[in-house]
Design a protein around this ligand. Structure first.
Ligand code: PHE
Length: 339
């Protein structure tokens, strides 16, 4: 048996050394140490040996097993590194890599984050509402009468079930007051939709930013101070703002806000940038009726609201000549607005 084991060791080591790839090595492994392998069989022969022979043969068997498994391991590693080397043959690892195109933030997102950041410093919290709205949240609660042109099918995308794509983010004013009692101080950026003919200054989907502040004793002075501070932070200290009387169904009095700043085309023209006003008591009463309480009692609380479009702001700020560039996803355009 000793002789047999020595022969076995010699043959195993030879077969292992001559296996040239890993499938060949696997066959060798099975042939010797597999369930019916030669070395395994030799182990089973042990029990036919005379008692006094066992210690010596057992020791030899153990040595052979160790030698074979060490050789298998070594050969496996050698074959693996040879395979890796072959894979890398002809590759020069010192060449510079292929630069990956890294994405950049969308210009509207850049502006939106700046705007939100400024309002947060004044204590405004972020609020959200759905793009698909009920007529009540988009119009009725905002004191917008049945015959108002904004409600026209020519101007608004209606769904078959009577809901619609919100025409402004003012619906978030309503959603917020439904769920929260004063003081309320929110800012809400998001998409708005209108059936506009798409051209250089119009898209059927655009982005607005809504603001609402309701508390005891909120005045027009607060509205003016808030928006003036915002636009000065955004465009620089040389910014002037002007409030022009206007009409919105849900604010009274209402204004359009014009801004003039060096950052906005040299600061020579007034640009109409936002709508705003004091929340109309009729809106508070709609909310109270819906809530079933007097949380927004117009004799106790007042509030202001404002809204502006981000595309128009971004176009002026970044000198973008055509609003459609914001939705074309042309990398040459987008990559100019890092981060
Ligand atoms: N929702 C108005 C618009 O889309 C803007 C606005 C918001 C006006 C809030 C007053 C108060 O034109």
């Amino acid at each position: 048996m000793r002789e047999e084991l020595n022969v076995l060791r010699g043959e195993a080591l030879r077969d292992i050394a001559s296996a040239t790839d890993s499938p060949a090595l696997d066959r060798v492994r099975v042939a010797y140490v597999g369930r019916a392998g030669r070395l395994t069989n030799a182990g089973e022969q042990m029990r036919h040996l005379a008692k006094e022979e066992r210690p010596e043969i057992g020791k030899l068997l153990h040595e052979v097993r160790q030698a074979v498994s060490a050789a298998l391991e070594e050969r496996t590693a050698a074959l693996q590194s040879a395979a890796e080397e072959a894979e890398l043959a002809g590759v020069d690892p010192t060449l510079p890599g292929v630069a990956r195109a890294v994405g950049s933030m969308h210009p509207l997102q850049v502006l939106q984050r700046r705007a939100v950041e400024i309002f947060r410093r004044m204590g405004f919290a972020l609020a959200e509402g759905p793009d698909i709205e009920t007529e009540w949240h988009c119009f009725d609660a905002l004191n917008t009468p049945e015959d108002h042109p904004a409600r026209n099918e020519q101007d608004t995308f209606y769904l078959p079930d009577g809901r619609l794509l919100r025409t402004h983010t003012s619906s978030v004013q309503i959603r917020t007051m439904e769920g929260q009692a004063p003081p309320v101080r929110i800012i809400s950026p998001g998409a708005a939709y209108r059936r506009d003919e798409v051209d250089a200054t119009h898209l059927a989907q655009f982005t607005q930013m809504e603001g609402l502040y309701v508390d005891e004793g909120v005045t027009l002075g607060d509205l003016k101070g808030t928006l003036e501070f915002f636009f000065r932070e955004l465009f620089g200290p040389d910014t002037s703002v002007r409030f022009r009387p206007h009409f919105f169904p849900f604010t009274e009095p209402s204004y359009e806000l014009d801004v003039r700043a060096a950052a906005l085309g040299g600061g020579t023209r007034w640009l109409e940038l936002a709508g705003c006003g004091m929340v109309d008591p009729a809106v508070f009463e709609q909310i109270n009726a819906r809530r079933g309480d007097r949380a927004f009692d117009p004799d106790k609380v007042t509030g202001f609201a404002f809204g502006f479009g981000l595309e128009r702001l971004a176009m002026i700020l970044y000198g973008v000549p055509d609003i459609r560039m914001f939705v074309e996803n042309d990398q040459r355009f987008l990559s100019q607005f890092a981060p």
